[in-house]
Design a protein around this ligand. Sequence first.
Ligand code: BDR
Ligand code: CA
Length: 313
Amino acid sequence: MRRVIIDTDTAGDDTQAILLACLSDRLAVEAVTVVAGNVPFDREVENAKYTLGLAASRDVPVYEGARQPLAKEFEHATYIHGEDGLGGDLFPDTDIESAAGFGPDEIIERCRANPGEITLLCIGPLTNLALAYAREPELPDLVDEVWVMGGNVNCEGNVTPAAEFNLWVDPDAAKRVFDAFEVTLVDWGLCLRDAVFGPSEFETVSAFDTELASFFKSVTEKARAFNSDGPNDPGWTALPDSVTAALLAYPELREDVSTYHVAVDDREGLTRGYTSVDVNGVTDGEPNTRVVESVDSEAFESVMYSLLRSRDP
Ligand code: BDR
Ligand code: CA
Protein backbone atom coordinates (compact mmCIF):
# COMPACT_ATOMS: atom_id res chain seq x y z
CA MET A 1 0.00 0.00 0.00
CA ARG A 2 1.25 3.44 -0.89
CA ARG A 3 1.37 5.80 2.09
CA VAL A 4 -0.12 9.21 1.35
CA ILE A 5 -0.84 12.58 2.86
CA ILE A 6 -3.69 14.37 1.11
CA ASP A 7 -3.33 18.15 0.89
CA THR A 8 -6.76 19.51 0.02
CA ASP A 9 -9.03 22.56 -0.21
CA THR A 10 -11.93 20.30 0.59
CA ALA A 11 -15.06 20.98 -1.45
CA GLY A 12 -16.77 19.32 -4.40
CA ASP A 13 -14.50 16.86 -6.09
CA ASP A 14 -11.90 16.95 -3.29
CA THR A 15 -14.37 14.98 -1.17
CA GLN A 16 -14.49 12.23 -3.80
CA ALA A 17 -10.71 12.07 -3.98
CA ILE A 18 -10.58 11.65 -0.19
CA LEU A 19 -13.25 8.94 -0.29
CA LEU A 20 -11.48 7.13 -3.09
CA ALA A 21 -8.12 7.26 -1.33
CA CYS A 22 -9.56 6.11 2.01
CA LEU A 23 -11.64 3.29 0.54
CA SER A 24 -9.06 2.03 -1.94
CA ASP A 25 -6.97 -0.91 -0.81
CA ARG A 26 -4.01 0.54 -2.72
CA LEU A 27 -3.52 3.65 -0.57
CA ALA A 28 -2.98 4.20 3.14
CA VAL A 29 -4.05 7.73 4.03
CA GLU A 30 -1.88 8.84 6.95
CA ALA A 31 -3.09 12.43 7.29
CA VAL A 32 -5.11 15.15 5.62
CA THR A 33 -3.84 18.72 5.55
CA VAL A 34 -6.18 21.54 4.60
CA VAL A 35 -5.21 24.56 2.54
CA ALA A 36 -7.09 27.72 1.53
CA GLY A 37 -8.75 27.31 -1.86
CA ASN A 38 -12.25 26.38 -2.94
CA VAL A 39 -14.37 27.82 -0.11
CA PRO A 40 -13.78 29.66 3.20
CA PHE A 41 -11.09 27.82 5.15
CA ASP A 42 -13.09 26.71 8.20
CA ARG A 43 -15.72 25.23 5.91
CA GLU A 44 -13.04 23.23 4.09
CA VAL A 45 -11.86 21.81 7.42
CA GLU A 46 -15.39 20.72 8.31
CA ASN A 47 -15.83 19.23 4.86
CA ALA A 48 -12.63 17.19 5.19
CA LYS A 49 -13.72 15.82 8.57
CA TYR A 50 -17.24 15.07 7.37
CA THR A 51 -15.84 13.18 4.39
CA LEU A 52 -13.48 11.14 6.56
CA GLY A 53 -16.44 10.25 8.77
CA LEU A 54 -18.34 9.09 5.70
CA ALA A 55 -15.37 6.96 4.68
CA ALA A 56 -15.24 5.38 8.16
CA SER A 57 -11.79 6.94 8.50
CA ARG A 58 -12.23 9.07 11.61
CA ASP A 59 -8.80 7.98 12.76
CA VAL A 60 -7.08 9.87 9.92
CA PRO A 61 -5.88 13.14 11.49
CA VAL A 62 -6.91 16.43 9.88
CA TYR A 63 -4.34 19.23 10.24
CA GLU A 64 -5.25 22.81 9.47
CA GLY A 65 -2.71 24.50 7.23
CA ALA A 66 -2.39 27.82 5.42
CA ARG A 67 -5.49 30.00 5.70
CA GLN A 68 -4.37 32.19 2.86
CA PRO A 69 -1.91 32.16 -0.06
CA LEU A 70 1.73 33.18 0.44
CA ALA A 71 1.30 36.69 -0.94
CA LYS A 72 -1.77 37.01 -3.11
CA GLU A 73 -5.12 37.99 -1.65
CA PHE A 74 -7.27 34.91 -1.02
CA GLU A 75 -10.15 34.47 -3.47
CA HIS A 76 -12.18 31.30 -3.21
CA ALA A 77 -14.63 29.70 -5.67
CA THR A 78 -17.99 29.52 -3.90
CA TYR A 79 -19.50 30.71 -7.17
CA ILE A 80 -18.74 27.22 -8.52
CA HIS A 81 -18.98 24.95 -5.49
CA GLY A 82 -21.65 26.76 -3.45
CA GLU A 83 -21.18 28.52 -0.11
CA ASP A 84 -20.45 25.30 1.74
CA GLY A 85 -18.53 23.59 -1.06
CA LEU A 86 -20.85 20.61 -0.81
CA GLY A 87 -23.53 21.77 -3.20
CA GLY A 88 -25.42 23.83 -0.63
CA ASP A 89 -26.78 20.81 1.17
CA LEU A 90 -25.21 21.90 4.45
CA PHE A 91 -24.14 18.52 5.68
CA PRO A 92 -23.82 18.79 9.46
CA ASP A 93 -20.57 19.66 11.17
CA THR A 94 -18.93 16.59 12.65
CA ASP A 95 -17.73 15.91 16.15
CA ILE A 96 -14.26 15.11 14.80
CA GLU A 97 -11.68 17.53 16.19
CA SER A 98 -8.84 18.92 14.11
CA ALA A 99 -5.51 17.41 15.14
CA ALA A 100 -3.06 19.64 16.99
CA GLY A 101 -0.31 20.93 14.71
CA PHE A 102 0.10 23.06 11.61
CA GLY A 103 -0.35 21.25 8.27
CA PRO A 104 3.03 22.15 6.72
CA ASP A 105 4.86 21.13 9.92
CA GLU A 106 3.09 17.79 9.94
CA ILE A 107 4.10 17.17 6.34
CA ILE A 108 7.70 17.80 7.37
CA GLU A 109 7.59 15.69 10.54
CA ARG A 110 5.96 12.73 8.87
CA CYS A 111 8.37 12.79 5.92
CA ARG A 112 11.38 13.15 8.23
CA ALA A 113 10.20 10.19 10.28
CA ASN A 114 9.61 8.06 7.14
CA PRO A 115 12.15 9.16 4.52
CA GLY A 116 11.21 8.14 0.98
CA GLU A 117 7.99 6.52 2.18
CA ILE A 118 5.29 9.16 1.90
CA THR A 119 3.64 10.43 -1.25
CA LEU A 120 1.95 13.84 -1.21
CA LEU A 121 -1.33 14.02 -3.07
CA CYS A 122 -1.86 17.75 -3.58
CA ILE A 123 -5.35 18.58 -4.84
CA GLY A 124 -5.54 22.23 -3.85
CA PRO A 125 -3.35 25.34 -4.08
CA LEU A 126 0.26 24.58 -3.20
CA THR A 127 0.65 26.93 -0.23
CA ASN A 128 1.11 24.21 2.40
CA LEU A 129 3.80 22.43 0.42
CA ALA A 130 5.65 25.68 -0.32
CA LEU A 131 5.61 26.55 3.38
CA ALA A 132 6.84 23.08 4.29
CA TYR A 133 9.68 23.38 1.77
CA ALA A 134 10.66 26.80 3.12
CA ARG A 135 10.97 25.26 6.59
CA GLU A 136 12.66 22.03 5.44
CA PRO A 137 14.75 22.46 2.27
CA GLU A 138 15.56 18.72 2.30
CA LEU A 139 11.89 17.87 1.82
CA PRO A 140 12.25 16.99 -1.90
CA ASP A 141 14.63 14.20 -0.81
CA LEU A 142 12.40 13.07 2.03
CA VAL A 143 9.17 12.51 0.07
CA ASP A 144 8.41 9.54 -2.11
CA GLU A 145 6.43 11.27 -4.88
CA VAL A 146 4.53 14.54 -5.19
CA TRP A 147 1.32 14.42 -7.21
CA VAL A 148 -0.30 17.70 -8.14
CA MET A 149 -3.69 18.37 -9.67
CA GLY A 150 -3.30 21.74 -11.28
CA GLY A 151 -2.08 23.84 -14.14
CA ASN A 152 -2.86 23.51 -17.79
CA VAL A 153 -0.53 22.16 -20.42
CA ASN A 154 -2.26 23.77 -23.37
CA CYS A 155 -3.24 27.16 -22.01
CA GLU A 156 -6.86 26.31 -21.32
CA GLY A 157 -7.19 27.70 -17.82
CA ASN A 158 -10.44 27.70 -15.92
CA VAL A 159 -10.01 31.01 -14.08
CA THR A 160 -8.10 32.96 -16.70
CA PRO A 161 -7.15 31.66 -20.13
CA ALA A 162 -3.67 31.10 -18.72
CA ALA A 163 -4.35 29.85 -15.22
CA GLU A 164 -6.07 26.88 -13.65
CA PHE A 165 -7.64 27.46 -10.21
CA ASN A 166 -5.08 25.76 -7.95
CA LEU A 167 -2.20 27.61 -9.59
CA TRP A 168 -4.17 30.84 -9.84
CA VAL A 169 -4.96 30.95 -6.10
CA ASP A 170 -1.29 30.80 -5.14
CA PRO A 171 1.09 31.14 -8.09
CA ASP A 172 3.97 32.10 -5.82
CA ALA A 173 3.70 28.84 -3.89
CA ALA A 174 3.29 26.85 -7.10
CA LYS A 175 6.48 28.30 -8.58
CA ARG A 176 8.47 27.30 -5.50
CA VAL A 177 7.05 23.78 -5.58
CA PHE A 178 7.69 23.14 -9.29
CA ASP A 179 11.20 24.57 -9.01
CA ALA A 180 12.06 22.32 -6.07
CA PHE A 181 10.18 19.01 -6.43
CA GLU A 182 9.86 16.38 -9.15
CA VAL A 183 6.13 16.70 -9.57
CA THR A 184 3.75 14.31 -11.29
CA LEU A 185 1.17 16.60 -12.86
CA VAL A 186 -2.48 16.01 -13.67
CA ASP A 187 -3.54 19.16 -15.48
CA TRP A 188 -6.94 20.69 -16.09
CA GLY A 189 -6.96 19.98 -19.83
CA LEU A 190 -6.42 16.27 -19.24
CA CYS A 191 -9.31 16.24 -16.77
CA LEU A 192 -11.58 17.92 -19.30
CA ARG A 193 -10.67 15.34 -21.91
CA ASP A 194 -10.58 12.19 -19.83
CA ALA A 195 -12.37 12.68 -16.51
CA VAL A 196 -15.78 14.24 -17.09
CA PHE A 197 -19.11 12.96 -15.81
CA GLY A 198 -22.11 14.11 -17.85
CA PRO A 199 -25.83 13.22 -17.96
CA SER A 200 -25.38 9.55 -18.79
CA GLU A 201 -22.80 8.95 -16.07
CA PHE A 202 -25.01 10.75 -13.55
CA GLU A 203 -27.92 8.56 -14.61
CA THR A 204 -25.82 5.51 -13.88
CA VAL A 205 -24.81 6.92 -10.50
CA SER A 206 -28.44 7.75 -9.65
CA ALA A 207 -29.35 4.10 -10.01
CA PHE A 208 -26.88 3.07 -7.28
CA ASP A 209 -29.05 4.41 -4.47
CA THR A 210 -26.24 4.40 -1.91
CA GLU A 211 -25.19 7.01 0.64
CA LEU A 212 -21.98 7.68 -1.27
CA ALA A 213 -23.80 8.06 -4.59
CA SER A 214 -26.23 10.59 -3.17
CA PHE A 215 -23.35 12.46 -1.51
CA PHE A 216 -21.54 12.52 -4.86
CA LYS A 217 -24.59 13.98 -6.59
CA SER A 218 -25.02 16.64 -3.91
CA VAL A 219 -21.44 17.83 -3.81
CA THR A 220 -21.20 18.11 -7.59
CA GLU A 221 -24.61 19.72 -8.08
CA LYS A 222 -23.51 23.37 -8.03
CA ALA A 223 -20.63 22.73 -10.40
CA ARG A 224 -22.98 20.92 -12.77
CA ALA A 225 -25.45 23.80 -12.67
CA PHE A 226 -22.56 26.18 -13.31
CA ASN A 227 -21.69 24.15 -16.40
CA SER A 228 -25.24 23.95 -17.71
CA ASP A 229 -26.48 25.85 -20.71
CA GLY A 230 -30.15 25.84 -19.81
CA PRO A 231 -32.60 24.75 -17.14
CA ASN A 232 -33.14 21.34 -18.71
CA ASP A 233 -29.49 20.55 -19.19
CA PRO A 234 -28.31 18.56 -16.20
CA GLY A 235 -24.77 19.71 -16.88
CA TRP A 236 -21.48 18.00 -16.51
CA THR A 237 -18.59 18.14 -14.15
CA ALA A 238 -14.93 17.31 -14.43
CA LEU A 239 -13.50 15.18 -11.65
CA PRO A 240 -9.94 16.53 -11.45
CA ASP A 241 -9.13 15.60 -7.88
CA SER A 242 -10.70 12.15 -8.03
CA VAL A 243 -8.90 11.26 -11.22
CA THR A 244 -5.62 12.38 -9.67
CA ALA A 245 -6.23 10.12 -6.67
CA ALA A 246 -7.28 7.31 -9.00
CA LEU A 247 -4.17 7.70 -11.18
CA LEU A 248 -2.00 7.54 -8.08
CA ALA A 249 -3.77 4.49 -6.69
CA TYR A 250 -4.17 2.58 -9.97
CA PRO A 251 -1.12 2.89 -12.25
CA GLU A 252 -2.97 0.93 -14.92
CA LEU A 253 -5.11 4.05 -15.54
CA ARG A 254 -2.06 5.99 -16.77
CA GLU A 255 -2.08 5.56 -20.55
CA ASP A 256 0.61 8.05 -21.38
CA VAL A 257 3.10 9.88 -19.17
CA SER A 258 5.93 12.12 -20.44
CA THR A 259 8.55 14.16 -18.64
CA TYR A 260 8.87 17.82 -19.56
CA HIS A 261 10.33 20.99 -18.17
CA VAL A 262 7.56 22.90 -16.41
CA ALA A 263 7.95 26.48 -15.20
CA VAL A 264 5.30 28.49 -13.38
CA ASP A 265 4.73 32.13 -14.24
CA ASP A 266 4.49 34.00 -10.94
CA ARG A 267 4.72 37.48 -12.46
CA GLU A 268 1.89 39.96 -12.20
CA GLY A 269 -0.12 40.20 -15.41
CA LEU A 270 -2.14 38.23 -17.90
CA THR A 271 -0.29 34.95 -17.49
CA ARG A 272 0.11 34.85 -13.68
CA GLY A 273 -0.26 31.22 -12.60
CA TYR A 274 0.44 29.79 -16.04
CA THR A 275 2.26 26.45 -16.25
CA SER A 276 4.66 26.68 -19.16
CA VAL A 277 5.17 23.07 -20.28
CA ASP A 278 8.05 22.59 -22.71
CA VAL A 279 6.43 19.85 -24.75
CA ASN A 280 8.67 20.47 -27.77
CA GLY A 281 11.92 20.79 -25.83
CA VAL A 282 12.57 24.31 -27.04
CA THR A 283 14.05 25.66 -23.80
CA ASP A 284 17.21 24.74 -21.90
CA GLY A 285 15.12 23.70 -18.91
CA GLU A 286 15.82 20.22 -17.56
CA PRO A 287 12.80 17.90 -17.68
CA ASN A 288 11.48 18.16 -14.10
CA THR A 289 7.83 17.12 -14.22
CA ARG A 290 6.05 13.92 -15.17
CA VAL A 291 2.94 14.97 -17.03
CA VAL A 292 0.08 12.50 -17.32
CA GLU A 293 -1.15 12.95 -20.89
CA SER A 294 -3.83 10.35 -21.24
CA VAL A 295 -6.12 8.42 -18.89
CA ASP A 296 -8.02 5.21 -19.46
CA SER A 297 -11.37 6.96 -19.03
CA GLU A 298 -13.46 3.81 -18.95
CA ALA A 299 -11.30 2.30 -16.26
CA PHE A 300 -11.58 5.56 -14.29
CA GLU A 301 -15.35 5.45 -14.62
CA SER A 302 -15.31 1.90 -13.31
CA VAL A 303 -13.20 2.96 -10.33
CA MET A 304 -15.68 5.74 -9.55
CA TYR A 305 -18.70 3.50 -10.01
CA SER A 306 -17.35 0.82 -7.74
CA LEU A 307 -16.55 3.48 -5.13
CA LEU A 308 -20.02 5.03 -5.32
CA ARG A 309 -21.76 1.67 -5.38
CA SER A 310 -20.15 0.58 -2.14
CA ARG A 311 -22.82 0.54 0.55
CA ASP A 312 -20.76 -0.11 3.56
CA PRO A 313 -17.72 2.14 3.66
C1 BDR B 1 -9.21 22.39 -9.17
O1 BDR B 1 -9.74 23.55 -8.54
C2 BDR B 1 -10.71 23.18 -7.60
O2 BDR B 1 -11.89 23.89 -7.82
C3 BDR B 1 -10.91 21.71 -7.72
O3 BDR B 1 -11.08 21.17 -6.41
C4 BDR B 1 -9.66 21.21 -8.36
O4 BDR B 1 -8.67 20.88 -7.40
C5 BDR B 1 -9.62 22.38 -10.61
O5 BDR B 1 -9.19 23.52 -11.26
CA1 CA C 1 -9.26 20.77 -4.99
